[in-house]
Ligand binder design. Structure first.
Ligand code: FES
Length: 355
């Protein structure tokens, strides 16, 4: 190396060559650990470990929390019944939510506090050093797992302390009960067949423009036009939004020769003017797009397409049923009126639907 360094650098040797650094024997790295392992702190018995009276008291305290949890869960159900939600009354919603929430909070909090108190006061407080093992599901591992469960059962007293065990089981059974009454609210309050089968439409009900509510004359519906329609009496309805969600209708005028009415529906249209439910039979979005040239109605949600010339049969998309047709005619003054309600429930399918 020294011999090499002595040579004069050539024009092409761009890399600088250096003498290797001399390391003195005094700078050798010391690999020993500078921190001593402090080891486990000395074990200190808890008062429940040495005084059976205190242990018994702790056991009662744990059970008390579990019983409190049961009380909270039952109180939540009681609150749900005692403070019913009245439609349109936001105060009733607040009261219902407040007391229902307090009951559920008491139920969950108490079972949590009870479990923590149990482990802190009654379960063994030994310090354990656990060695790392290979994690493989061998037979010895499974046997070890069973052993650990058995030890846990023995040390926690789960099998032995029947008062705690039974009250805990009671608390765990009671805790999900409030969910039952909450899930019940997801079900329809009334028979859906009756609710969805009938809308505000009835014989002689005038078709009115949405949202102005003005009557529509047959002569105002020009070829290719589309009207968004509501029943004339909709604004007097107590449940305006619910009724509108069922009764909304689309009105279109086609050439009468373009229509192919199904059997029995020949007189459901007036001079090429037809009315169909606006509520998609897939999952209930408003079908609001009308293609003048093809006479197709398109639902913007999932692109179900209905053929107006052919009784609004589904020609594309996930909907499974045609849009229900509203039979219409005109009154003595030429205003469009319904002949009756829809002849089938509007909107998406549901279990109780007959067809
Ligand atoms: Fe109309 Fe899905 S809601 S296609």
């Amino acid at each position: 190396m020294a011999e090499h360094d002595d040579e004069a650098p050539t024009a092409g040797s761009a890399v600088e060559k250096r003498e290797p650094r001399q390391v003195s024997a005094g700078t050798a790295v010391v690999t020993s650990d500078v921190f001593q392992n402090p080891g486990e702190p000395p074990h200190r018995d808890r008062v429940t470990d040495i005084d059976p009276k205190v242990e018994k008291r702790a056991e009662r305290q744990v059970s008390l929390f579990f019983f409190l949890s049961i009380v909270g869960s039952i109180a939540a159900i009681g609150a749900y019944v005692a403070f019913p939600i009245t439609s349109g009354d936001s105060g009733s919603v607040r009261l219902n939510n407040l007391f229902l929430g307090l009951g559920i909070a008491l139920g969950l909090l108490s079972v949590g506090i009870g479990a923590v108190h149990w482990s802190k006061t009654l379960m063994p407080a030994r310090e354990i050093t656990e060695m790392r093992h290979d994690t493989r599901g061998s037979e010895p591992t499974r046997e070890k797992a069973v052993e650990v469960f058995a030890l846990g059962n023995h040390e926690s007293g789960f099998g032995r302390r029947s008062l705690i065990r039974n009250s805990l089981i009671g608390a765990l059974v009671a805790t999900p009960l409030p969910a039952v009454v909450l899930f019940r609210d997801l079900a329809p309050a009334e028979d859906p067949n009756a609710v969805l089968r009938h809308t505000l439409w009835e014989e002689g009900m005038h078709l009115a423009a949405d949202p102005s509510g003005t009557r529509i004359k047959a002569s105002d519906v020009t070829l290719g036009s589309v009207f968004h329609v509501i029943p004339e009496n909709l604004n007097e309805s107590e449940h305006l939004l619910e009724e509108k969600a069922k009764a909304a209708v689309l009105l279109m005028r086609l050439k009468p020769e373009d229509l192919n009415p199904a059997e029995g529906r020949e007189d459901w249209q007036y001079d090429g003017i037809v009315a169909y439910s606006k509520i998609c039979t897939h999952v209930g979005c408003p079908v609001a797009l009308y293609e003048q040239q093809t006479h197709h109605l398109l639902c913007p949600c999932h692109q179900s397409t209905f053929d107006v010339t052919n009784n609004c049969e589904v020609i594309f998309g996930p909907a499974k049923r045609p849009l229900p047709q509203l039979p219409i005619t005109v009154d003595a003054d030429g205003y469009l009126v319904a002949q009756s309600d829809f002849h089938e429930p509007v909107g998406p399918s549901f279990w109780e639907r007959e067809k």
